[in-house]
Design a protein around this ligand. Structure first.
Ligand SMILES: C[S@@+](CC[C@H](N)C(=O)[O-])C[C@H]1O[C@@H](n2cnc3c(N)ncnc32)[C@H](O)[C@@H]1O
Length: 221
């Protein structure tokens, strides 16, 4: 056995341990999502278009965690969503339910092929193409003044795609668009640190990390 093979044999149990711990974490996330779907079910009675597990979408458990913080801290919220899709469909469905914690939804979207479909869901859609906020930092060509109904009490940061943008531009642009007691959901924290976005929200917006999960976080004051 070569030295390389001997080292490989020694390290293999560690690799299995890592895989097992990743599987445990994913299983916990799946359990949270199944529980979240169960909790959201009343809002979906008569409407088969529920939130999706996996894929591009914000996890159902992220929506439930976010709404729980909204209900605890604010009661109801006007929601500003950065990056639309299945989450917009889920949120507009929840908004239509009786005694919903969501009173309005505004979605910022750059892709023209999504805009019409999103606009038909019942919320407001702000279409803005992407551009450079400053050299090398691509985000929406958007200022807080372009948003129709500020201040928003709840902000979801889930766009544009991480591969084509710097989502932390939201921290630079949106502070004046949110209320003093805002709730912020940052999705996809496992894919990229988004320019240290969570730490910047803590430091610059003085928010606290209220819910910390492997793929998303919810912050509030
Ligand atoms: C991470 S996705 C946003 C997803 C959305 N918040 C959701 O939870 O469904 C970021 C961008 O991808 C695009 N997108 C949304 N849904 C998509 C889909 N099913 N397939 C491909 N791109 C999608 C939209 O342009 C969106 O702004």
């Amino acid at each position: 056995m070569t030295l390389r093979q001997r080292i490989g044999a020694r390290l293999r149990p560690l690799a299995y341990w890592r895989t097992l711990s990743e599987m445990r974490s994913e299983l916990s996330q799946l359990q949270r999502d199944v529980n979240a779907l169960h909790a959201l079910a009343p809002a979906y009675l008569g409407n088969p278009l529920g939130p999706q597990l996996g894929g591009w979408s914000v996890a159902p458990s992220a929506l439930v965690d976010m709404l729980a913080v909204v209900e605890r801290h604010l009661g109801t919220a006007r929601v500003l969503e950065i990056g639309g899709g299945m989450s917009t469909r889920a949120l507009t469905t929840i908004m239509a339910a009786e005694r919903s914690p969501i009173t309005s939804i505004t979605t910022v979207e750059h892709d023209p092929s999504f805009v019409d479909a999103l606009a038909g869901l019942g919320g407001e859609v702000v279409h803005r193409p992407l551009g450079e906020l400053e050299p090398g930092r691509v985000w929406f060509q958007l200022t807080a003044d372009d948003l129709p109904q500020p201040p928003y009490d709840c902000l979801i940061i889930d766009g544009p795609l991480t591969s084509e943008s710097d989502r932390s531009c939201a921290v630079d642009v949106l502070e004046s668009a949110v209320s003093e007691a805002c709730v912020v959901l940052v999705d996809d924290t496992h894919i990229a640190d988004h320019g240290g976005m969570v730490e910047r929200l803590e430091r610059e917006w003085r928010l606290e990390r209220t819910v910390v999960r492997p793929t998303y976080e919810v912050l509030t004051r």
